[in-house]
Design a protein around this ligand. Structure first.
Ligand code: B12
Length: 300
């Protein structure tokens, strides 16, 4: 994911936004719900905080209240539709990651109509630069197998929410694995905490953990990030911090004791920097070196 959106909200901030969103979803107040999610995104919350810890969390709470008989089914349905719109807008706001040349097909398993968990995993992968086909819910096993045979994706993600459909997952995994050059298969959904599917390559109740596993499995983690990308990210962070502080390139260059043209090359990711230069720039920007090179954003 782009360094731009890597803020983990503070606990109290998350819980306040959750409270507001839960209320808006229950009341059918789309305007307030959109405003809360848009604010979180404009404050550069990482996608998983918005998808899982904010929207997903509110849906689970609404489900629990509906299950307990405290909410009408129509209220739950309306909240789900609102959440789908919020997620659609979030997907537009977060830019897809730089393409990594890998393809995934994600769907809920045959019979299962819950689609938000699979959609969450699909979008989190998109933000990591994957090309993703999201098929939605309840895809018949035969249709999925046919598509996988035709398109040969690198990864298939299956979502299952309702216990009685677990046998459909095993059936689907076996059918896909019988293909020539079968893809990697990841199964997700809350039930996976206690009912892992043995034939799958990875199972998890947590979409973020699954994305991590996938990135490692396909060797797409930061260790494989090139120096070029690291320097370009560093340059972008320096430029943003400089602008935040209302400094011109010349102003920062003077304070950091470097030439303006040198600083311009650094900001454009075209210049490798020594530790001494990094220290000069970080002092002038009034941030620690660790913050300057960390993924967290924004700092201070
Ligand atoms: C919205 C909802 C619905 C909507 C679904 C709308 C839609 N298009 O998605 C509707 C109203 C259609 C619905 C129907 C039903 N539902 Co419902 N529903 C929910 C609710 C409230 C929210 C689900 C949700 O979207 N959560 C938010 C997402 C983000 O969470 P998640 O799905 O768990 O996903 C996370 C992880 O599990 C994981 N993950 C999920 N999928 C995948 C896939 C991969 C590949 C990976 C890596 C990770 C991953 O990542 C996500 C983020 O970390 C839940 C309550 C709850 N506790 O979740 C009940 C709930 C899931 N429903 C339930 C039930 C029983 C039903 C019905 C059977 C009710 C009925 N009697 O008709 C039907 C199912 C019909 C069917 N054939 O499927 C039960 C399931 C119990 C069970 N485990 O068997 C729940 C838990 C409610 C309850 N407390 O009883 N439901």
């Amino acid at each position: 994911m782009s360094q731009e959106y890597s803020v983990k909200p503070k606990k109290n901030e998350l819980s306040k936004t959750r409270g507001g969103l839960l209320h808006a979803l229950i009341e059918g107040d789309q305007l307030t719900a959109s405003r809360l999610v848009n604010t979180a995104i404009s404050e550069r919350w990482e996608p998983s905080s918005v998808y899982v810890h904010l929207i997903g969390h509110c849906l689970a709470e609404i489900g629990a209240r509906w299950h307990a008989g405290d909410l009408a089914i129509a209220t739950e349905h309306r909240a789900t539709q609102m959440a789908l719109r919020l997620l659609g807008n979030a997907q537009q706001a977060y830019v897809n990651g730089k393409r990594v040349g890998r393809r995934a097909v994600i769907t809920s398993v045959e019979g299962d109509t819950h689609l938000i968990g699979g959609l969450t995993f699909a979008d989190l992968l998109r933000f990591e630069g994957w090309d993703v086909d999201f098929l939605g819910a309840d895809t018949p096993t035969d249709a999925l197998v046919e598509l996988v045979e035709k398109d040969s994706p690198d990864l298939v993600g299956l979502s299952v929410t309702v216990e009685k459909f677990i046998p459909n997952v095993s059936k689907t995994v076996r059918a896909v694995k019988r293909l020539q050059n079968p893809p990697v298969i990841v199964v997700g959904g809350e039930l996976m905490a206690n009912n892992p599917i043995l034939e799958a390559d990875f199972c998890s109740e947590d979409a973020v953990k699954a994305v991590d596993w996938v990135q490692k499995h396909f060797d797409l983690n930061e260790s494989s990030v090139t120096l070029e990308v690291l320097l370009s990210d560093l340059g972008e962070r320096i430029r943003r911090l400089r602008k935040d502080r209302g400094l011109s390139q010349q102003g920062l260059a003077s304070q950091a004791n470097v030439d303006r043209s040198y600083l311009s090359a650094v900001e454009n990711g075209k210049q490798n920097v020594s530790f001494a230069t990094l220290k000069g720039i970080s002092d002038a920007l009034d941030v620690g070196i660790a913050e300057l090179i960390s993924k967290e954003w924004p700092f201070g």
